[in-house]
Design a protein around this ligand. Structure first.
Ligand code: VGL
Length: 214
């Protein structure tokens, strides 16, 4: 896969401790803490590097109060919410931090924070809401820099990575998903996510070894 660095961005989706075994009480994804080296490698093929972060409040209607509530629908009139999750990536906590091995946040070209509003629980990095009406600015930022191709990796393949990839494709970027730089919550939903991304037009690669700079 040939890439022109000047028109390519590398986008790390939610590579945060709260999605790794380092924070077992949050949303631990198997090997979620093992992707930093691969994210760093894919970034070598891009002039721009972005990261998105889940930045949640400690209390919100989507926070599951018991383990049984996890992934059950949020009851009540909350159009911005779908299902419940354990508290994760809360501002100011360890779970909110980037996984070990990644650059400092200040070394990224753009840091996108999403999910601050307790009445919204977005998955994709491009919008603050499930209805995709409030931009995070990622798409506009990429367009203003004439980016054409976005290499994506991060956590988790079956939720935030998938949704971000579909959003970027709808915004007409060429999207490359680096599977070695991603990990999923569950095997079955990860398989479906890979198929959904492929059929929407994403290029799936096994690792950054397949990338070449022109
Ligand atoms: C995520 C579930 C809930 C993710 C975020 O980053 O993939 N998954 N919140």
């Amino acid at each position: 896969m040939e890439l022109n660095k000047h028109t390519t961005a590398s986008f790390d989706i939610d590579p945060q401790c709260g999605f790794t075994p380092l924070c077992p009480d949050e949303l631990p994804v198997d090997e979620g803490d093992q992707i930093a080296a691969e994210l760093n490698r894919q970034a070598l093929f891009a002039d721009f590097r972005l990261v998105s972060k889940d930045c949640h409040p400690a209390a919100a209607p989507w926070v599951a109060q018991t383990p049984e509530e996890i992934m059950t629908p949020v009851a009540g009139d909350y159009p911005g919410l779908d299902i419940k999750w354990p508290p994760h990536c809360v501002i100011g906590t360890e779970g909110n931090r980037l996984i070990p091995g990644l650059p400092e946040e200040s070394d990224y070209d753009l840091v996108i924070e999403k999910g601050l509003d307790p009445l919204q629980h977005p998955y994709g990095a491009c919008y603050q809401d499930l209805a995709e009406t409030e931009s995070t600015g990622a798409i506009e930022w990429l367009r203003s820099r004439q980016v054409e191709t976005v290499i994506v990796g991060g956590l988790a393949t079956d939720y935030c990575v998938k949704t971000s990839v579909l959003q970027l494709l709808r915004a007409e970027f060429r999207v490359i998903v680096n599977l070695a730089g991603c990990r999923g919550v569950a095997a079955e939903t990860t398989r479906t996510a890979v198929e959904d991304m492929r059929s929407a037009g994403a290029v799936l690669i096994d690792s950054s070894v397949e990338l070449v700079s022109t």
